[in-house]
Design a protein around this ligand. Structure first.
Ligand code: NAD
Length: 356
């Protein structure tokens, strides 16, 4: 991989290669952009096949965090860590502490957290060596499970979409097809139930289904039927790439708004949704509740303040819709534009000299 060429093309600041002989730690930390603030992003533990794969992954994920944090209105930049190894075999106290020391050596330019393959216990070990870590255990001041917060943000984003699609953000009587009723999906169903929306759900896990049927009286369909059901809103909360060539033909909804990451199989599917008149709430804008929640830990976690921030996902989604209309572009492009415009504006403002 041509690392410098890639970094230049996408505006990266730093790639840190971390190796520790004692623990065998092989880690990479990528810092994409710190215009808005320190780069925050989780650390992924993954058994990559090649070094290049690990580098590509950490760079791609770090850049994604810049956009997510900016669109969320946070004073944070984008970064990510990856540890190359087998999460089942290679973890040890010394490995996590060695990683924590590398994070500490960046002096707050990068703040880590959990991601795929890493746990609260791992972050507690990192925390022995650095304060630049979030997602630690509750006893250490963590914000806890992010799923209810993510779900609340999705609910707020859905309301903003309803306002655009039907002129009112009241979801009462709206038919919402919820794909996946796991952590995020369950709490989303709860919000929808409270406001009197009608729900049609699917999941591959019967227990998860039984819970929402019992608690919220939802209707259930088979997983492959969910795309074509008659509904107002389709809410993906399970898998990525659910807006693709096959599903777009089936959708009867006017809005797509859910917590899942990477909803569009490819960018062209965002264009196809626009052509079909379906309003798509970009994934990283509407599912930023978990990030906003964890970001609140940086100033000493306060749930009320975190929820107030997460509620602004309504405004963020509304702004994306406004930019999409202003520039006549699909919403996925409008989200990127919103994130880039904020970084540019704040960057320019900060170029005014002040003596510290
Ligand atoms: P989860 O594993 O708790 O829930 C996912 C649910 O989807 C499970 O119940 C699973 O059985 C179901 N599922 C899997 N395949 C399915 C299929 N083919 N059809 C129907 N259902 C299927 O995960 P989660 O934490 O609720 O996250 C859901 C999505 O939201 C993921 O894409 C995740 O990356 C994203 N996300 C989650 C958070 C968070 O705070 N948890 C934050 C941002 C984004």
């Amino acid at each position: 991989m041509k690392v410098f060429e890639y970094m230049g093309k996408f505006g990266f600041e730093q790639l840190v290669v971390c190796y520790d002989k004692t623990s065998g730690l092989r880690a990479l930390i990528a810092i994409h952009d710190t215009t808005l603030g320190p780069a925050l992003g989780g650390t992924r533990f993954w058994n990559y096949e090649t070094e290049d794969q690990a580098i590509e992954d950490v760079l791609r994920l770090a850049r994604g965090m810049t956009y997510k944090a900016s669109a969320a209105g946070l004073n944070l930049g984008g970064g990510k860590g990856v540890i190359w190894g087998d999460a089942k075999k290679d973890k040890s106290e010394e490995l996590w502490r060695a990683f924590g020391r590398f994070v500490q050596s960046l002096n707050g330019r990068y703040i880590t957290a959990e991601d795929v393959g890493t746990t609260v216990q791992d972050m507690d070990l990192v925390n022995l060596e650095t304060d630049h870590v979030t997602g630690v255990s509750k006893a250490k001041g963590s914000s806890g499970d992010p799923s209810p917060k993510t779900a609340f943000g999705v609910f707020r984003g859905m309301q903003a979409c309803a306002k655009e699609a039907w002129g009112s953000d009241d979801l009462k009587g709206k038919v919402v097809a919820v794909q996946g009723v796991g952590n995020v999906g369950y709490y989303l169903c709860k919000h929808l139930h409270e406001v009197g929306a009608k729900q049609i759900v699917c999941d591959i896990n019967q227990e998860a289904i039984d819970r929402v049927v019992k608690e919220f009286g939802v209707e259930v369909v088979a997983p492959d039927e969910i795309y074509g059901v008659d509904c107002d809103i389709f809410s993906p909360n399970a898998l990525g790439a659910v807006a693709n060539d096959e599903t777009i033909k089936q959708f009867k909804c006017k809005v797509i708004a859910g917590g899942a990451n990477n909803v569009l199989a490819e960018d062209k599917h965002g264009d196809m949704l626009k052509e079909k008149g379906i309003l798509y709430a970009p994934d990283y804008v509407i599912n930023a509740g978990g990030l906003m929640n964890v970001a609140d830990e940086l100033t000493g976690y306060n749930e009320e303040r975190a929820l107030a921030k997460i509620s602004t996902i309504y405004d963020n989604v509304a702004k994306v819709i406004e930019i999409a209309k202003r520039d006549n572009i699909p919403t996925y492009q409008a989200a990127d534009r919103m994130a880039e415009e904020r970084i540019e504006r704040v960057g320019k403002m900060r170029s005014n000299y002040i003596r510290r």
